[in-house]
Design a protein around this ligand. Structure first.
Ligand SMILES: Cc1cc2nc3c(=O)[nH]c(=O)nc-3n(C[C@H](O)[C@H](O)[C@H](O)COP(=O)(O)OP(=O)(O)OC[C@H]3O[C@@H](n4cnc5c(N)ncnc54)[C@H](O)[C@@H]3O)c2cc1C
Length: 376
């Protein structure tokens, strides 16, 4: 079975790795588009504090978070230990004791179905600040022990290398889908045909452009995210928890090397405009400093820009495309793709190879359109 995976962000790289482990002959293709979401993504893995009210999304996100430690272990066994993944916990901030108790109860109620949530504790402002020192002194918080963070760039690179170790081939360039007689036959790459029995379209926000020439329309669009990186040298930030202020959708997290990340804008309608804007920068730094004034004296390092692949709703676009044999779509992970990407990629690999899967793909129909628009 020969599989071409288009896109080597977290979804495509995971798919290539999973398919290679299942014995497929895999070619992983990437166009190196500016604004890959995986390379800009913050890397928070904590679906349990989400306010999203969609059971199918939540179940998929939970399963994704649950599978992470196993994936990281498997990659480690292949010598891939540098993924930036660490279970650092999260602080879900609250403005009042009442709000704090509401958050604590909501997360605790979810723990029965997701024991990996771990410890759930109400913290005083001083306790929260003890874990994330730049915080304001008066921030009440709920600590969620199971939350993790991951470095999207490192993870995707590790997955791609692991896939190569299992026999996959990596090719650079912009792929064009080739179909004939109601099925995929491969892709055109740099003027050459790369033949395949199946193709997984994991091209993120560019998936629509990849599929449209073949007459397949998926409702995925870019949402620009700008996210700032700061250095707090010489602080040891390697175990600082993720900070989720709630409400605004902004957050902070930390990595090794004194690096603190503050994000992010959610700019729907900005298209593929790969720029850092003064407005974007003011928004993310303003929100971060309002909650964590201790960041003010850090060193500004860079702002990353990425295009989240946003579907017609919160759920992924995931599964085989009816009417085009051998074509599988894996995108639309929006703001949660670093959480769900590894699992979604593995699901796509199994779908492409015709392997059985426990996941019900019905809620993730890749051809669904926004509510109110007729399905053509
Ligand atoms: C600022 C920001 C913060 C985020 N924070 C988080 C977070 O904290 N937690 C979380 O879970 N998620 C987060 N996300 C979301 C997450 O990053 C994305 O959902 C995820 O990375 C999408 O991965 P992907 O593989 O689908 O797409 P991408 O990573 O965008 O990869 C798509 C790839 O396809 C390639 N491609 C496109 N067209 C072609 C073609 N024709 N031929 C070959 N290759 C092609 C591109 O070059 C690109 O490399 C964040 C995103 C952003 C932007």
């Amino acid at each position: 079975m020969r599989l071409v995976v288009v896109g080597s962000g977290v979804v495509g790289a995971s798919c290539a790795y999973a398919a290679s482990c299942l014995g497929a002959e895999v070619v992983l293709v990437d166009a190196a588009a500016a604004g890959q979401a995986t390379a800009a993504g913050a890397g928070i893995v904590c679906p349990w504090s989400s306010r999203v009210d969609d059971p199918a999304w939540y179940a998929f996100a939970c399963m994704s978070a649950r599978q992470y430690p196993r994936l990281i272990e498997d990659l480690g066994e292949l010598g891939e230990t540098n993924t930036g993944y660490r279970r650092v916990g999260a602080l879900s901030l609250a403005d009042s004791g009442e709000q704090q108790e509401g958050v604590r109860q909501r997360i605790l109620a979810r723990r029965a179905g997701a024991p990996e949530i771990g410890d759930v504790e109400a913290l005083t402002g001083a306790e929260a600040r003890g874990l994330f020192p730049p915080l304001r002194a008066d921030c009440l918080a709920v600590y969620v022990g199971g939350a993790a963070r991951v470095d999207g760039r490192l993870l995707a690179a590790s997955l791609a290398r692991a896939a190569v170790r299992k026999g996959a081939i990596i090719r650079d360039g912009r792929a064009q889908l080739l179909c004939s007689g109601g099925r995929v036959t491969g892709v055109l790459l740099g003027g050459q045909i790369v033949a395949a029995d199946a193709v997984v379209a994991a091209a993120g926000a560019w998936t629509r452009a990849f599929l449209e020439p073949a007459g397949v329309t998926v409702a995925v669009a870019p949402q620009r995210g700008q996210i700032a990186h700061l250095s707090l040298e010489p602080a040891d930030t390697s175990r600082w928890p993720v900070v989720l202020p709630g409400g605004s959708g902004h957050y902070m997290l930390a990595f090794d090397g004194s690096r603190v990340v503050a994000g992010a804008t959610r700019e729907t309608g900005a298209g593929f405009d790969y720029r850092v804007t003064p407005g974007g920068l003011a928004e993310i730094l303003g929100q971060a400093l309002a909650v964590a004034p201790g960041l003010a004296d850090g060193t500004y390092l860079e702002t990353r820009v990425g295009f989240r692949p946003i579907g017609p709703d919160i759920r992924p676009l995931l599964g085989p495309v009816p009417g085009v044999d051998g074509l599988v779509v894996a995108t639309g992970l929006g703001a949660s793709g670093l959480t769900m990407g590894p699992y979604a990629g593995a699901v796509a690999a199994r779908a492409a190879l015709g392997e059985p899967d426990a996941v019900d793909l019905a809620p993730f129909d890749p051809l669904r359109l926004p509510p109110g628009r007729p399905v053509s």
